[in-house]
Structures are given as structure tokens and as C-alpha cells.
Design a protein around this ligand. Structure first.
Ligand SMILES: *Cc1c(COP(=O)(O)O)cnc(C)c1O
Length: 330
């Protein structure tokens, strides 16, 4: 069985302690009042590098053999995984190479460079960048750390689930942003390992929900990638998916989809009512609740998974000037 267990997640926690920030789980009075059950926010948006991905990247790096550490790590992600891997590698004094296409915007490139990674700009698509990753693995012996379909990455993300149950022992439901499913798989394995009766619900956007489409099809399927406010939830799950598809199929109780307007409402609520800056992917739990897309039976935790949003876009959303169709994710 290719799965990640509660024991793997508990081991990950010991490995990454001191390298990540334990984040707060806070009651939201405004959302609790609306929902009629206590609603708690797991503020992973306050994690170092701005998203939970530091947990998985740190565990993957800490799990490497000394000779692998000496060779360094490589990835093609320019988003939160790329940031996390760059930061975690630097903390260990390791080499990290992030490959990206020449279409990646300057601000993303600068952020990765600031976090200490080497940057390789190749070609004009994510596929071209991945070819360079494969070359660096084959020729230079770098170790590829993928963003979600990797046992140590999933176990690292699962540490967030351990913190949720400790903060909220009577948790009945957890709403998890869902893309490749590393977060959902890890959190579900942790929470259900400790509390088998708890429900885990994945939340994605209508525009390009690869895991939801795959769960519906009964196997990994490709989806068209579309611009969305929840840009960190874009991308496929991999046709030869090894871990996250089966884990999400076996452990998730439901997966719901949101419109762009609903996601914008989630970002605006987080700011106006909770005083939190979150990116689209981080707002989908709040958005699902505000849109009435989930039926909640008891104390519920929403994972605010990240905060790395373009601040000009954020301003437009919170002041009500954003309109769907105008915004185009990079
Ligand atoms: C990567 C990411 C997700 C989705 O995680 P998966 O493991 O790919 O499902 C959600 N929110 C944010 C902020 C992310 O960076």
C-alpha cells in the first residue's frame, strides 16, 4: 500500500520541530454565528514563507540521506512549494535549484532568489522547466522534491492535522483547500488517525479542479488549467499519481467546488471580519461556508492555507472593485 500513516506524520513532527512555526487555531465569532456551530480558523497563512508548504518541504529535506543533502534539491515550482523548498534548503545550508520558464513574472522570480535558491530559466512553459529538472537529477545528481505526490511531503503537511486535533479535541469537520491533495491527504490521515469519526471535506475552485475531476472519474485525469483567484490550487495531479489520489479517494468525505465570486467573498471576509490577509487558495474554506456549500454538524476547523496574494489584487477585492473576467492570474 502506498499510503502515509499517523505514525509517519508523528515522526515528521519530531523531524521538523523548530524548523516551522506552530500556527494558532482561533475561534471566529462571526463565522460561528453564521454557521450555528463553533468555527475555528487554523492560521497557516502565518506560517514562515506564507503557506503550509514549508512543513512538507522541511520534512522531505530532513528525511534525505547525508549524501543526498550534499547534492542538493531541485523543483519546478515557482509558487509556495518553490518558496518553501528554497527556504528549507537554505536553513540546512543546502543547494536548491528552482527551474522556471521565461514567462514567470519578475516578482515571483525575485522572491525565490531572495530566499536563497539558484534559478534556472528555461523555455516557455512549465513542461520545459520540468525537462531541466529531470536533466539536473540525471546529470548533476540533484534530488527532486515534488510539491504533493511524495510520502515525506504528505507526512509533513499532515503535522498540521496533529496541531488541529490538539487545539480542538472535539473537532467534527475540517475544511481543507484541495489541489494535488498533499495537504488533504496528510491532514485526513492525521485527523482520522486520531479521531476516526471526524469528517474531512476538500474545497477547490470550479476552474480546473483536477482532484475532484479525478475522484469523480475514479482515476487520475488531466484538466484544462484556467486562470483563477485560487492560483495555488491550479495544476494537475499527475496521470501516474502514486499517493494522493488513493488517499483522497479513501479518506475524504466530500469535495466541493466554488465560483470565482465565492472565492473573492472569502478573501474579503477574511480581511474585513477576521483581519487576516489570505490568498485565494487560503480563503476557500471561508468561501465554502459563506456560500452554504457545506453542511456542518459540529465544531469545524477551516484551514487558511496561505497568504501569498498580489497585494494590488487583494486591495481590489477587499474594496469591492474586483470583477471576475478582469483578473487574470499570471
Ligand atoms: C499548495 C497549496 C494548496 C493545495 O495543496 P495540495 O497539497 O496541492 O492539495 C492550498 N493552499 C495553498 C496556499 C497552497 O500553496
Amino acid at each position: 500500500m502506498t499510503s502515509v500513516t499517523l505514525k509517519d506524520i508523528q515522526a515528521a513532527r519530531g523531524r521538523i520541530a523548530g524548523k516551522i512555526a506552530p500556527t494558532p487555531t482561533l475561534l471566529s465569532p462571526s463565522l460561528s454565528q453564521r454557521a450555528g456551530v463553533p468555527i475555528y480558523l487554523k492560521l497557516e497563512s502565518r506560517q514562515t514563507t506564507g503557506a503550509f508548504k514549508l512543513r512538507g518541504a522541511s520534512n522531505a529535506i530532513a528525511s534525505l540521506a547525508p549524501e543526498e543533502k550534499a547534492r542538493g534539491v531541485v523543483a519546478a515550482s515557482t509558487g509556495n512549494h518553490g518558496r518553501a523548498l528554497s527556504y528549507a534548503a537554505r536553513l540546512e545550508g543546502m543547494r536548491a535549484v528552482i527551474c522556471m520558464s521565461k514567462l514567470v513574472p519578475e516578482n515571483k522570480l525575485a522572491e525565490i532568489r531572495r530566499l536563497g535558491a539558484e534559478i534556472r530559466i528555461v523555455g516557455s512553459s512549465q513542461d520545459d522547466a520540468q525537462v531541466e529538472v529531470d536533466r539536473l537529477v540525471a546529470e548533476d545528481g540533484l534530488v527532486m522534491v515534488p510539491p504533493f505526490d511524495h510520502a515525506a511531503v504528505i507526512a509533513g503537511q499532515g503535522t498540521l492535522g496533529l496541531e488541529i486535533v490538539e487545539a480542538m479535541p472535539d473537532v467534527a469537520t475540517v475544511l481543507v483547500p484541495l489541489s494535488g491533495g498533499g495537504l488533504a491527504a496528510g491532514v485526513a490521515a492525521a485527523v482520522k488517525g486520531l479521531k476516526p469519526g471526524a469528517e474531512i471535506i476538500g474545497v477547490s475552485m470550479h476552474r480546473g479542479a483536477a482532484m475532484k475531476a479525478s475522484l469523480d472519474a475514479g482515476k487520475p485525469v488531466p484538466v484544462e488549467e484556467l486562470p483563477t483567484l485560487a492560483d495555488s490550487l491550479g495544476g494537475g495531479i499527475g496521470i501516474d499519481n502514486r499517493f494522493t489520489f488513493a488517499m483522497c479517494r479513501d479518506l475524504l468525505d466530500d469535495a466541493v467546488l466554488l465560483s470565482e465570486e465565492e472565492i473573492a467573498a472569502g478573501i474579503a471576509h477574511a480581511y474585513a471580519e477576521e483581519r487576516e490577509i489570505v490568498e485565494g487558495a487560503g480563503a476557500v474554506g471561508i468561501a465554502a461556508l459563506l456560500a452554504g456549500k457545506v453542511r456542518l454538524a459540529g465544531p469545524t476547523v477551516l484551514i487558511l492555507s496561505g497568504r501569498n496574494i498580489d497585494m494590488k489584487l487583494h486591495r481590489e477585492i477587499v474594496c469591492g472593485a474586483w470583477r471576475d473576467g478582469k483578473e487574470r492570474a499570471a
